[in-house]
Design a protein around this ligand. Structure first.
Ligand SMILES: Nc1ncnc2c1ncn2[C@@H]1O[C@H](COP(=O)(O)OP(=O)(O)OP(=O)(O)O)[C@@H](O)[C@H]1O
Ligand SMILES: [Mg+2]
Length: 234
């Protein structure tokens, strides 16, 4: 099977700062993978390397069968890999609906349309014509997820989607992520909330110092939670 996303021995930099060191990972079609690790280990830099926002100096980034020599955000989205960025980045002077339409601009065909996103998140339909940044934090996160789905991706990278959100909203998002994955979309979930990881992911990759240092299966047992916690605790 061709992986949806494969990084092989990637070295990535911000200017002179060398952040990723021979990092390798793969996500297969339909997989639900968690990428964990404590603050500053380079999780967002993995995302930024795929988008071309950190500099890929060595190694390979493949999306499907294509090797991406110079990653760019639109190249990833066109090939079915989309990012829900850390901090959500809702466009301030666009309405909720305009933010969704922006996500669809890449023009990939598939099941996700504005009405389908509104079925997934009814609150977004109620707020369709308000500025995206007027929403609560949880609603903005729903909008960021909806906007990503509008590109009809085969893989969604979620960068700490529940950071700063109330437990009741986290529960709603866990349910949404599972529904999206049940429809066949693969997920790479960057998370520090272990309860969310165990509810959504089937496999984990743990990072330290810019590399993947451990991986394994995820289940809801206490032993698994302990194993995951060891990679997040300082
Ligand atoms: N634009 C930048 N220029 C230089 N260094 C950066 C830049 N962005 C991040 N870094 C550094 O790169 C390292 C990895 O950061 P990154 O944001 O990838 O970590 P992270 O695992 O996502 O952390 P967090 O859990 O806090 O989101 C950190 O030491 C950070 O200070
Ligand atoms: Mg980060």
């Amino acid at each position: 099977m061709t992986a949806l996303l494969a990084l092989e021995n990637v070295d990535a930099f911000y200017g002179a700062a060398h952040i990723l060191h021979r990092l390798s990972l793969q996500v297969q079609p339909g997989e639900r993978v968690a990428l964990i690790g404590r603050n500053g280990v380079g999780k967002t830099t993995v995302v930024n390397t795929i988008l071309g926002l950190a500099q890929l100096r060595k190694g390979t980034v493949r999306i499907g069968s294509a090797t991406i020599a110079r990653p760019r955000p639109y190249l990833a989205a066109q090939r079915g890999v989309v990012v829900v960025p850390q901090g959500r980045r809702i466009v301030a002077n666009l309405t909720v609906e305009e933010n969704l339409l922006l996500g669809g601009a890449v023009g990939r065909k598939g099941p996700w349309t504005v009405p389908e996103i509104y079925k997934l998140f009814p609150i977004l339909q109620e707020r369709a014509h308000t500025p995206g940044t007027a929403l609560s934090g949880g609603q903005q996160q729903m909008l960021a997820v909806g906007r990503a789905l509008m590109s009809n991706p085969s893989l969604v990278l979620l960068d700490e989607p529940t950071e700063g959100l109330a437990p009741v909203i986290v529960d709603q998002l866990a349910d949404i992520f599972n529904r999206v994955a049940d429809q066949g979309t693969a997920l790479l979930l960057i998370e520090q909330n272990l309860s969310l990881v165990t509810r959504v992911a089937h496999r984990y990759l743990a990072m330290a110092k810019g590399a993947v240092v451990a991986q394994g299966a995820v289940d809801t047992s206490a032993a698994c939670t302990q194993e995951l916690a060891a990679h997040i605790a300082v």
